[in-house]
Design a protein around this ligand. Structure first.
Ligand code: FAD
Length: 621
């Protein structure tokens, strides 16, 4: 049957990409349908119940700055919060939260169900309605035809999903969920290039069977950091402890003894796994000289005894899993509640996407999340927000958008994917961004909220809070530049002690804050000790202390913008460029970069090739 209503955007999949996509489109006022296998698994974390971490928290804060749900759900579901890299510079500082799996899911569902313009429907999408090169809607497994202007596909690890435990394998989207077979077949008929990737998860452990007495405790930071710019510690549920233990030589021997029945080492699994989140058998094999690996033991939630042993993801046979777990300190009598497993799935070459995540082969069809070759909730959520908002823009007849590399990690992520593609699950790191000092987790709102407001992604409450913060930063900077400390002030002794040398002339507080040895707190204490919001104080301090570096990065960006602004048409004939080597012609024809800057980031494309392109474009006028 044809469903009686028509949608501007239809999103397939209620994981991290799908929920952010559906919310973004609906926030922009477009009638949106979220079609997913199971409403109970909306916002489900397939693996580690944790959000954020290095590079990833930057994405979470960017999603938040654009009005998305991930950071807010983390504040309602987080049971341990920490800021990693606290002693390093602000560019690489990263908030990480351990989440209660059920509370996180409930928070996401609550946000979805209360979102105007959004309808949710539980069923499997088995087919796309296609007319020529245009997508027109989705057909479900019971034959319901949903019609829409655009479709955002976010099927995660479900397309052609195969689960492996030892030499046994079975179809599945993740443990306990069906795979998406019909849709995978349909997509393979369409002109998309696809390949296989794999990922894995550790066995879960019953806390009642663990001996915690010898394990190292790990508590969160105090005071608790918050994830959302609008978040507050009062939203956090009870905070709990995590623990640390280690593998040992015996564990490694058990693993080596099981490798002949490992699907990875016997060639049963063909997909490439995540380099930065390897299985324990991979670690033992690759780092043969190490006799111990760290394991973080993380609670799955407040109302469950299940534990997530972070660091022993495995697809070894179950009997080997029992032995390897029980060889670890604290786990001698451990009961496994769910076996670890690996999953193989289809992903599509992201080089066949446009900057707005629309597929090049089919108008109105957008791809986001794990199906684009990424791994991680945060990477998926960020792409979902971008794809959902662009699908909404298309249905409104408006131009698409994507932040540049110097504006957001989201820009880096999409640019990396569409320019270079990926042969292994791509995860975000701060090292992937060339303008790290500009793209900090503390300033994602200052970088993106105004754009989000313009697009219709940011509601009145967030906008008002943002404007107030931005003005307060301005006010405080001005105040510091106009507040003076004179050599004759009453508290000159305190001043000289703080400075570590006698004050010889009058200085503004702003000038003093530039000194590397003085903190914001110390500087304001020299004058009237005015108290401002800590978020405002942090911004002022970073902006003043790093002003020189930030300025230099800005200058470089301006210089390189010439390349960003030099467009390369989709139909560009690289074979017609005189002097370009065959290798360059092939690389550029395959990747079809949309600008000279994107061409420059394709691995192997040389500065000489870029010069030839520039000369050729100039000649063409
Ligand atoms: P998902 O979260 O997988 O969501 C996909 C959604 O689409 C699901 O709700 C599904 O039901 C729905 N769906 C699929 N097909 C259809 C259809 N045809 N019709 C309707 N609904 C459909 N990431 C890491 O960073 N580190 C790890 O160690 C890690 N380990 C993992 C281990 C396992 C076993 C799995 C399965 C994933 C792991 N991940 C890991 C990846 C992480 O779970 C994903 O990156 C993230 O969930 C991707 O989000 P997504 O929205 O793209 O897809």
């Amino acid at each position: 049957m044809d469903y009686p209503e028509r949608y501007g955007v239809i999103v397939i999949g209620g994981g991290h990409a799908g929920t952010e996509a559906a919310l973004a489109s609906a926030r922009m006022g477009v009638k949106t349908l979220l079609l997913t296998h199971n409403i109970e698994t909306l916002g489900m974390m397939s693996c580690n119940p944790a959000i954020g971490g290095i590079g990833k928290s930057h994405l979470v804060k960017e999603i938040d700055a654009l009005g998305g749900a991930m950071a807010t759900a983390t504040d309602f579901g987080g049971i341990q919060f920490r800021v990693l890299n606290q002693r390093k510079g602000p560019a690489v500082r990263a908030t990480r939260a351990q989440a209660d799996r059920a509370l996180y899911r409930a928070a996401i569902r609550n946000i979805l169900e209360n979102q105007p313009n959004l309808q949710i429907f539980q069923q499997s999408a088995d087919d796309l309605i296609v007319e020529g090169d245009n997508v027109r809607g989705v057909v479900t497994n019971t034959g319901i035809r949903f019609h829409g202007d655009t479709v955002v596909l976010t099927a995660g690890t479900f397309l052609g999903g195969v689960i492996h435990v030892g030499m046994q394998n079975s179809s599945g989207g993740r443990a306990g969920d069906p795979p998406s077979i019909a849709l995978a077949h349909r997509l393979r008929e369409l002109p998309f290039s696809f390949d296989r990737l794999k990922t894995g998860t550790p066995p879960r452990i019953d806390a009642k069977t663990v001996d915690f007495s010898e394990l190292q405790e790990q508590w969160g930071d105090k005071p608790d950091p918050v994830m959302s710019y609008l978040g507050h510690v009062s939203q956090h549920p009870e905070q709990v402890c995590c623990w640390i233990t280690h593998t040992n030589e015996k564990t490694h021997d058990i693993i080596r003894g099981g490798l002949d029945r490992s699907p990875m080492y016997s060639g049963v699994i063909e997909g490439v796994g995540p380099r930065y989140c390897p299985s324990v058998e991979d670690k033992i094999h690759r780092f043969a000289d190490k006799n111990s690996h760290q394991i973080f033991i993380e609670p799955e939630g407040l109302n469950t005894h299940e534990l997530y042993p972070n660091g022993i993801s495995t697809s070894l046979p179950f009997d080997v899993q029992i032995n390897l777990v029980r060889s670890i300190k604290g786990f001698e009598n451990a009961h496994i509640t769910r076996p670890g497993y690996a999953i193989e799935y289809d992903y599509f070459n992201p080089q066949e996407l446009k900057f707005n995540l629309e597929t090049k082969h089919m108008n109105g069809l957008f791809f986001a999340g794990q199906i684009n070759g990424t791994t991680g909730y945060e990477e998926a959520g960020a792409q979902g927000l971008l794809a959902g908002s662009n699908a909404a823009l298309m249905s409104q007849g408006k131009e698409g958008w994507c932040p540049r590399r110097d504006e957001a990690y989201l820009g880096v992520l999409v640019d990396d994917l569409i320019s270079m593609g990926t042969k292994e699950p791509y995860r975000m790191f701060t090292s992937r961004a060339e303008y790290r000092l500009l793209l900090r987790e503390d300033n994602a709102d200052l970088r993106l909220t105004e754009k989000g407001r313009e697009l219709g992604l940011v509601d009145d409450v967030r906008w008002a809070a943002f404007c107030e913060k931005r003005e307060a930063i301005e006010r405080e900077s001005t105040r510091l530049s106009q507040t003076w400390v004179h050599p004759k002030v009453e508290n000159i002794e305190q001043v000289n002690n703080t400075l570590g040398q006698p004050l010889t002339r009058e200085y503004s507080l702003l000038e003093l804050l530039r000194r590397p040895n003085l903190s914001y707190q110390q500087v304001v204490e020299l004058a009237d000790n005015t108290v401002v919001d800590p978020q405002v104080a942090e911004q002022v301090e970073i902006q003043v202390k790093y002003a020189g570096y930030i300025e230099r990065q800005q200058e470089e960006i301006t210089r390189l913008r010439r390349y960003e602004n030099t467009e390369l048409p989709e139909s560009f004939d690289y074979h017609g460029v005189e002097g370009l080597s065959n290798e360059m012609k092939q690389k550029l024809t395959e990747a079809r970069p949309t600008s000279l800057a994107r061409a420059s980031r394709i691995p192997g494309v040389t500065p000489a090739a870029l010069s030839l392109l520039l000369v050729y474009l100039k000649k063409q006028g």
